[in-house]
Design a protein around this ligand. Structure first.
Ligand SMILES: [Zn+2]
Length: 493
């Protein structure tokens, strides 16, 4: 890494000034400024080259002159107009910002020298400055700065902060958002015991309910439950809703299911990836066929884990204005900008449509209902729809960036939030969630390429509800299993 400054000073009176930025062969005037300066100090001297300029001003006692590792500089006298100064940015792994200062004042904010779309000058760029002969007291400062890819940025913290990570959650946890897929039941139980997770409810995706049931719940009936999978491969058959409803009834009787497995509509309908082509038409979550299923689920008292839309940041273009550029650069496959996928608001409308039409259905909005960026708006929805709830899978990473707002939100809506995580976590990953919820630790690292988060330090009665109380109230078969394992467990009102 190199650091350095190169300063020229050109003292002239009354300076109109033109700054040009040139990239490659295309000269683009990005910034054109005219200053009328009133400074009477005149040096009354011309120089032909940058070295002359530097040599000349190095002799001035008040000039802080330092020259380290700069690019090539060419100056040209433009007759009575002044000097033309061209600076070729070093091709070393640096980028360079040219700023102007006058008499010690930093004019950087006044003159951000930026290229197309606001990017900073890069190696190989050429920066040109015209200094009029009647300019005054201007310094040109060249600051080489290390070029670091945002994808490689891994800051080391120097803060000495408390780490109160709990070994186990304070109360038994019911994990309502899990995809166990190919992990073994034995291995899972070891992880659950190590961190204090009482029950995991598996959401089989695209695999029959029986498969999850056989691999987990049947082996450890007190530790696992299964959400009933909906077979969407028949979604275009006329018999689709009736078949699904019949299968749900059978699953309730044969496998003690806890609800309906995560139904995901990221914009292309309830089947597949957000960008999947559906040549026969999209079947969205609020399609008539799905509405028939939701009405049956409400009658069967089965809640549904509903994933509608995506986080607001996934819809934003990945560029220098993205709020979480570093983060998105490592998960850009999820980004939806420019894909034509329906907006988040459109998807929120579809979910509201379900809750308007089938108000008795218990909806568990996956991932804080994808309104983690706007908890006030999420609160309004929870106020409006009494059977709407949310789980927090992978949203500690956003909630922990607004700990004051999120803490108030979790206390106010303590009856409406459930614990979930969206996968099959390691011991350490589960503990990160509990550290976030239970402690007031600062700068909690979730992953090294993500912003550090802050603990919510939630009160005990709120933790009880989020960890197990709300799941026991809303989901069939949860409370019975908890009582069997923890006979003295208190259930909040
Ligand atoms: Zn999921």
């Amino acid at each position: 890494m190199c650091r350095g400054h190169e300063i020229w000073r050109v003292k002239k009176e009354n300076c109109p000034m033109l700054i040009q930025y040139r990239r490659g062969a295309f000269a683009t005037t990005v910034l054109s400024l005219v200053f009328i300066c009133a400074n009477s100090t005149s040096i009354g001297q011309t120089v032909e080259t940058a070295d002359d300029l530097i040599a000349d001003y190095a002799s001035y006692a008040e000039v802080d002159f330092l020259r380290v590792n700069t690019g090539k500089v060419k100056t040209k006298k433009l007759g009575a107009k002044g000097w033309h100064v061209a600076i070729e940015v070093p091709t070393a792994k640096t980028f360079t910002r040219v700023t102007l200062t006058a008499d010690g004042w930093d004019f950087m904010r006044l003159l951000p020298l930026r290229g197309g779309r606001g990017r900073l000058a890069r190696p190989g760029d050429s920066i040109e400055v015209v200094v009029p002969a009647d300019g005054v007291g201007w310094f040109f400062l060249l600051n080489p700065f290390p070029e670091v890819s945002v994808r490689e940025y891994r800051p080391n913290t120097l803060f000495k902060l408390a780490n109160n990570t709990p070994r186990k959650a304070k109360y038994p946890v019911v994990d309502v958002h899990a995809h166990l897929r190919s992990v073994t039941a034995e291995g899972r139980v070891k992880v659950m015991d190590a961190v204090g997770v009482a029950i995991v409810i598996d959401s089989p995706l695209g695999i029959p309910t029986e498969l999850s049931y056989g691999r987990f719940q049947k082996k450890y009936p007190d530790r696992f439950l299964t959400f009933a999978n909906v077979n969407f491969s028949e979604r275009f058959e006329e018999t689709f809703p009736a078949n699904v409803i019949g299968k749900l009834r059978a699953d309730v009787n044969s496998m003690e299911v806890a609800g309906i497995s995560e139904v995901i509509d990221k914009g292309s309908g309830v089947y597949g990836h957000a960008l999947m082509d559906e040549p026969r038409g999209k079947v969205h979550v609020d399609d008539d066929r799905m509405m028939a299923i939701w009405r049956a689920a409400a009658r069967l008292k089965l809640p549904v884990l509903l994933h509608v839309g995506e986080p607001i940041w996934f819809y934003e273009p990945i560029d220098e204005n993205h709020e979480f550029l570093q983060w998105q650069s490592n998960s850009f496959r999820w980004n939806l900008s420019g894909t034509g996928v329906p907006s988040r608001d459109k998807m929120m409308e579809r979910r509201a449509h379900i809750m308007d039409k089938v108000p008795e259905l218990v909806v568990i909005g996956a991932h804080m209902g994808h309104l983690e960026d706007d908890l006030a708006r999420l609160g309004e929805l929870l106020d409006k729809y009494p059977n709407f709830h949310v789980e927090m899978g992978v949203r500690h990473v956003y909630l922990g960036l607004q700990p004051n707002t999120a803490r108030k939100f979790h206390i106010k809506y303590q009856d409406r939030i459930l614990f979930g995580q969206d996968g099959a976590l390691t011991v350490q990953q589960y503990r990160q969630y509990f550290r976030f919820l239970e402690t007031d630790d600062d700068q909690i690292t979730i992953r090294s390429n993500e912003p550090k988060i802050y603990g919510l330090n939630l009160p005990d009665d709120v933790l009880r509800k989020i960890y197990y109380g709300n799941a026991a109230r809303l989901m069939p078969n949860v409370k019975e299993k908890l009582i069997k394992r923890y006979p003295d467990l208190e259930f909040p009102e």
